[in-house]
Design a protein around this ligand. Structure first.
Ligand code: HEC
Length: 114
């Protein structure tokens, strides 16, 4: 009986170890990826360097841009949007996760978004 639990225990340990990282930036990027994949990929592509079913590629987006678009559905002053549509909805409840999302998108650096 006891032995059967060992693989589970090993798995739990492995998971908890990979969760705790010494590098806060890496932890932030990882969290941002999770939040992005959960909340944004209905419209944006799983790979943010690519266009999604509805939304444009957003890899490389700055913190300022992510905050403006996600929280207020606006753009930073002087920013030229990739699309002229207004199809995205504001996701105000994600405000606390904006730094993580931006860290993830910036870490990809794929597009030339400001
Ligand atoms: C309902 C579909 C939808 C969802 C969900 C969505 N987006 Fe968007 N997003 C769009 C569309 C469409 C655009 C293009 C502009 C517009 O129509 O609002 C866009 C534009 C953007 C832009 C601006 C791109 C640029 O440089 O012009 C950013 C940044 C962005 N989205 C980030 C996100 C993030 C981060 C999430 C998840 C937290 C998200 N979006 C969720 C549809 C969506």
């Amino acid at each position: 009986m006891r032995l059967r639990l060992l693989p589970l225990l090993a798995l739990a340990l492995a998971c908890s170890q990979s969760e705790s990282s010494d590098d806060p930036q890496a932890t932030l990027v990882k969290r941002g990826k999770q939040v992005f994949e959960t909340n944004c990929t209905a419209c944006h592509a799983f790979d943010p360097t690519q266009p999604g079913p509805v939304g444009p590629p957003i890899a490389g987006s700055s913190l300022e841009l992510v905050r403006a678009k996600v929280v207020h559905n606006e753009y930073p002053p002087g920013y030229t949007p990739k699309r002229t549509t207004k199809a995205m909805i504001p996701l105000t409840h994600l405000e606390p996760d904006v730094p993580a999302i931006a860290a993830y998108l910036e870490s990809l650096g794929g597009s030339k978004a400001q």
